[in-house]
Each structure stands twice: as structure tokens, then as C-alpha cells.
Write a protein that binds this ligand. Structure first.
Ligand code: DI6
Ligand code: FE
Length: 408
């Protein structure tokens, strides 16, 4: 397949912003990009052997977007708590009173596998229409072995039935469930033992995450979960320093976690540790916005120490009901001060390593998977600029066109 007449934002490091190529051509064989370059230099043999040619009509092409942090599978929603917060209650007060994550746990435990699938499918299709070709989906609203496994099965099925790559994460240590309220250690034992064991044996889990926070788990408890995951050879992520500096970034770095996520309260020394360990900072501006947080992540410090920054939606019913990757990019710029180029890198090149897919996705380069999005914009900064709306015209995943915007 040949895609010609496109302006390419390859997102590879280069002298031109966005790694751009003005009049570009992309050659795809099977599901892999074989050739990327300028129309002036197109290899004749490749052109002659093309069985399908797509005219990009001068549109911008980016790598398919990667949303590397979502809680996409859940039962119910929390519009009622939204109203409570607007009437003055805080997120932490609601959580401590048994609402918050636990109210979604109740709704998820009572939901059938089919209904969890259908509700998540709607949200996922909306993301796909916005150019997303790779998504991470966490469990964490079951908090018992059966429901956590059910959530992970639903996540896997979404990846099997829809044309999108799904990476699953076990977030058993998201909150202490009510039945373990007086036995926290017992719940951590369950996560470290049967939960990780069964999820791994069933092939349902690609990584393990934990929520390190005053209202969730301590550094020591998260460290136990990490050791159990490492014993199974599973990569690590951490919800770190979202509402307080709880030492999460240090734990993530010391454990060589792939990412520390949220990181609003991360200190300079925490950022330094992340840089040393190659741990990516996953910025989640949707949660910052929705919870009306005041403390911004130390973006300048991340830049200074060379900590790679990813951007994700954190799509979840409690703290970030954000279903559009472009909204997350806009918020990363407006609220956290990223440049539009950093925001796009955060949902492409820098998000790939968080899912263990460095160079396989998130860039337009030979050898990478042919996951591509075509946009009706005059400049790639527009992807972060518009708040609302959707300029995505065509989505290609693994060399196949999986979405075309309806003609207006
Ligand atoms: N941090 C978050 O922002 C979400 N999970 C987490 O660990 C919130 C999840 C929720 O409120 O349902
Ligand atoms: Fe999250």
C-alpha cells in the first residue's frame, strides 16, 4: 500500500519540528511501514508494485495515537459525585466516606461481562474515531479476584474484536475494598498472591500498576505488589504523587518501573531519580482539571533532567471522564505548559515505551507498525489547539483502513 500526497509528522527526532516531511510518501507492506520519505525520492520499484494507493489530499499524517493510561472498563458512572463535589465535598472526603473508587467497584462487581464490554466498546470506538490505534486499559474496579479477571478479560476481548491494540494492566492495588477495611495487609496479600498469579497464568496481564497515595496504598505496600509482579516478570507502572508527595516517583524509579503517572507533587529529586531509571512521566491533565487540583507537575524539571513525558486521558468515571485524546493534549498544553509538539510526542513516540512498544508504534518509520492517522488540519499544532471537534479523517491500523470520517 502506498499513501501519497501527505504532510508527514513522523515524530522522529530531526531538525524539523514534528520530524516533518513536506510532500511525503509512505509505503506499507503487510502491517509494517517499509518506506517513508519525500515524493522527490520515491523508489520506483515500490511505486510499481503498489496494489493500493491512497491519496492523502495534502492532509497531515501522524502516527496512530497511543493512550497509555486509561481505566476504560467500568460499571455505572459518578455524575452524582460530580454534583456532590460542586456542592463543596472534596474527592478525598467522598473517597473516605466510602464513595469514590468504591462506588464504581460496587457498580462493576454487579455488572455482567457483556455489559462491561458494551459500555467500554462505546468509549473505545469514540477514541478510535479520534485517531487512537493503541490503548492501555487497567483493571482496578473489581478489587476481588473474579471481578479483576473479568475486567481484564473484557479488555482483552476489546482488543480482539475491535481494530485496536490493547495493552492490559492489573491495578488490583487501586483501593482497599470494604471487606478488607480492617485487614489491609490481607488485601495486599491477596493482590500479591492469587490475583497476580491467576491473571498472569491466564495471560490476561501485560503490566502491574498500583495507586500510591494517602487514600490508597503506602510506598511499602506498593513495593510489595511490585516485588510480586517482578517475580512473575511483569513490567511495572505506578500512580504516583497525584494528591501528595508520597515518595511514589522514588519507588517507581528504584523499581525500574516503566512509568510514574500523574506526578503532580513529584519533587526535583524524584524527577532526577526517574531520569536515572529511564522512567517516563505520564501526565494526566484531565484528572488535574476535573478534580480542580492546584499543584502542577514539574514539567520544567522533567525537561531539565530529560525525563520523557507522555500524555494520556486517564479515562475513568471518577477523576477524568475524558474520552478524547485531543482534549488530553489540549489540557496538557493549556494547564501544564507543554508545547503542542511535546503533547503530540506524549501521545505517540513517548507513550510507546510506557507500553513496552518502543519504535514499534508511535513513530512513522521503516519497521514500525503501519498505525497512522490522517488529519484535516493545516498544522499539527492544531491537534492540541482546538478544544472539542474532531479533525481525524482516516485511521489506518496495521496497514488497514479502519476508520474514515463520514463525508460532511
Ligand atoms: N487516580 C485517579 O485519578 C483514578 N485512579 C487513580 O488511582 C481515579 C479513579 C476513580 O476515582 O475512580
Ligand atoms: Fe489512573
Amino acid at each position: 500500500m502506498l499513501i501519497r500526497n501527505v504532510r508527514i509528522a513522523s515524530m522522529l527526532p530531526s531538525d524539523s519540528p514534528y520530524g516533518s516531511i513536506a510532500d511525503g510518501i509512505v509505503g506499507v507492506r503487510g502491517d509494517i511501514i517499509e518506506w517513508v520519505g519525500s515524493a522527490d525520492h520515491e523508489p520506483e520499484a515500490m511505486v510499481a508494485s503498489a496494489v493500493r494507493v491512497i491519496d492523502g489530499e495534502g492532509r497531515w499524517m501522524t502516527p496512530g495515537l497511543i493512550d497509555c493510561h486509561t481505566h476504560l472498563v467500568f460499571g455505572g458512572n459518578r455524575a452524582n459525585e460530580f454534583e456532590m463535589r460542586l456542592a463543596g465535598a472534596t474527592y478525598e472526603e467522598i473517597a473516605r466516606a466510602g464513595g469514590g473508587i468504591i462506588s464504581t467497584v460496587t457498580a462493576t462487581r454487579t455488572a455482567s461481562e457483556q455489559s462491561l464490554f458494551s459500555s467500554a466498546e462505546l468509549r473505545l470506538k469514540e477514541m478510535m474515531r479520534h485517531g487512537v490505534t493503541t490503548v492501555e486499559i487497567k483493571s482496578g474496579y473489581g478489587l476481588d479476584v473474579e471481578t479483576e479477571l473479568r475486567m481484564l478479560r473484557v479488555a482483552r476481548q476489546l482488543g480482539e474484536r475491535l481494530p485496536i491494540t490493547v495493552s492490559t494492566t492489573l491495578l488490583g492495588a487501586h483501593a482497599v475494598p470494604p471487606e478488607f477495611k480492617t485487614n489491609r495487609a490481607g488485601y495486599v496479600d491477596l493482590v500479591c498472591g492469587e490475583m497476580i498469579e491467576r491473571a498472569a497464568t491466564a495471560g490476561l496481564v501485560d503490566a502491574v500498576d498500583a495507586f500510591c497515595e494517602g487514600i490508597a496504598f503506602t510506598v511499602d505496600e506498593c513495593a510489595r505488589v511490585f516485588r510480586a509482579a517482578q517475580a512473575r516478570g511483569l513490567p511495572l507502572r505506578l500512580h504516583a504523587d497525584q494528591l501528595s508527595d508520597s515518595g511514589g516517583a522514588f519507588l517507581a524509579a528504584a523499581s525500574a518501573a516503566r512509568s510514574a503517572d500523574h506526578v503532580e507533587y513529584t519533587s526535583e529529586t524524584g524527577a532526577k531519580a526517574m531520569a536515572g531509571a529511564g522512567t517516563t512521566a505520564v501526565l494526566l491533565p484531565g484528572a488535574y482539571l476535573f478534580l480542580a487540583e492546584k499543584k502542577k507537575p514539574p514539567v520544567a524539571t522533567f525537561r531539565e533532567y530529560g525525563v520523557p513525558m507522555a500524555v494520556a486521558s486517564d479515562m475513568n468515571p471518577g477523576s477524568s471522564p475524558v474520552g478524547s485524546p485531543l482534549v488530553a493534549m489540549n489540557l496538557a498544553c493549556v494547564l501544564f505548559g507543554l508545547t503542542p509538539e511535546e503533547a503530540l510526542a506524549g501521545m505517540t513516540r513517548n507513550a510507546a515505551p510506557v507500553l513496552g512498544m518502543r519504535s514499534q508504534v508511535g513513530v512513522i518509520a521503516p519497521g514500525a507498525r503501519a498505525d497512522l492517522a490522517l488529519w484535516d488540519v493545516d498544522h499539527p499544532a492544531e491537534l492540541s489547539y482546538w478544544l472539542g471537534g474532531n479533525p481525524c479523517q482516516v485511521v489506518i491500523r496495521g496497514g488497514e483502513v479502519v476508520h474514515t470520517a463520514p463525508a460532511t
